[in-house]
Design a protein around this ligand. Structure first.
Ligand code: SF4
Ligand code: SF4
Length: 61
């Protein structure tokens, strides 16, 4: 299982992770990305690569 997390101190709300995620994990809420469908994460790390702020981590548990 994969656990995507967003550091809201670093997130700028650019929305790139929302666009790139093939599993529709993220949603912007008050200009911050929130992994609302974290259970659907397949661990591809596209979000980690696309986030220029380094706000996203994806851990395998
Ligand atoms: S790509 Fe990074 S900075 Fe942009 S909304 Fe997602 S978490 Fe925030
Ligand atoms: S690792 Fe892939 S599936 Fe998981 S949240 Fe990031 S982009 Fe979506």
């Amino acid at each position: 299982m994969f656990v995507p997390k967003v550091d809201h101190e670093k997130c700028t709300g650019c929305g790139e992770c929302v666009e790139v995620c093939p599993a529709d994990v993220y949603e912007l809420q008050d200009e911050k990305s929130v992994p609302v469908n974290a259970d659907e994460c397949i661990g591809c790390e596209s979000c980690v690569e696309v986030c220029e702020s380094g706000a996203i981590t994806v851990e395998e548990t």
